[in-house]
Design a protein. Structure first.
Length: 73
């Protein structure tokens, strides 16, 4: 029972990261379209934010997979 809940948690972590990175990319393109001179700063901030989100998602997946392996009884 606990293993399936852990798998769902890992899936939700990946889903949340995908949505977050997609929104970051969309808003960055929108910002660059509005102000092309600031494209360097926007792109840098976008890459840093995407990397942080990806790190949190990886942490969530690892925790979920550890829950699958250990399986509390």
């Amino acid at each position: 029972m606990f293993g399936s809940i852990a798998a769902i948690g890992a899936g939700v972590a990946v889903l949340g990261a995908g949505i977050g990175i997609g929104q970051i990319g969309g808003k960055a393109v929108e910002g660059i379209a509005r102000n092309p001179e600031a494209s360097g700063k926007i792109q840098t901030a976008m890459i840093i934010a995407a990397a942080l989100i990806e790190g949190v998602a990886l942490f969530g997946v690892v925790v979920g997979l550890l829950g699958l392996e250990t399986g509390v009884k």
